[in-house]
Ligand binder design. Sequence first.
Ligand SMILES: Cc1cc2nc3c(=O)[nH]c(=O)nc-3n(C[C@H](O)[C@H](O)[C@H](O)COP(=O)(O)O)c2cc1C
Length: 200
Amino acid sequence: MKNHLSVCITEKLYKQVLILKTIIMKKIITIAGSNSQKSINKSLLAYTSGLLKNVEVISIDLNDYLLPIYGADFEAENGIPTAIKRLDELFDTADGFMVSLAEHNGSYAAVFKNTLDWLSRINMKVWREKPMLLMATSPGGRGGASVLQAASTYFPFMGADISDTFSLPSFYENFREGNIIEENFRKELYDKTARFSKEQ
Ligand SMILES: Cc1cc2nc3c(=O)[nH]c(=O)nc-3n(C[C@H](O)[C@H](O)[C@H](O)COP(=O)(O)O)c2cc1C
């Protein structure tokens, strides 16, 4: 009887701790600027968000938010797509963002830019004045430097509080089996992730 009682109390306490944890824990939204199933930016994000401790990580896959191409006429006729309203509501709950951008012809991949344009039609402060770790990677030696430059210049106008930017060049040489194998890049990202974590 005594044993049963103590098991019940322990279970109740455990459940209360879990509930408390979900209320208190910071929520980090990760979003890769790519709709590729084998996206290297998704891999970089998975690695980086894995370095975070005691936070809830919500990974956005743009394939789950299929959208028409933004157009003023389409918007006037049809309004804002439900998928974008859902994403906007999710962004309201974020304590921070980790973003990793694919570079297509020196700029954002179309799927990401389209999502950003739609989101900005609800709230221009897409990034909610929250801390952001902004990254890019590519198979080439510039590591998405152009898209990173474009985003780091413009995202602050959209409410991003960028703690750091990080570029991983030559992805397939520097990233193997879920890990950054080049020590300098690994250390740089560790330090930047630690700084991002402190800003929550
Ligand atoms: C249409 C197109 C344009 C591209 N342009 C660039 C570019 O300007 N700079 C670059 O570094 N890589 C470029 N790439 C290569 C991408 O960096 C590569 O496909 C990368 O895997 C994209 O990231 P993701 O895997 O996360 O989608 C381009 C690829 C495509 C398909």
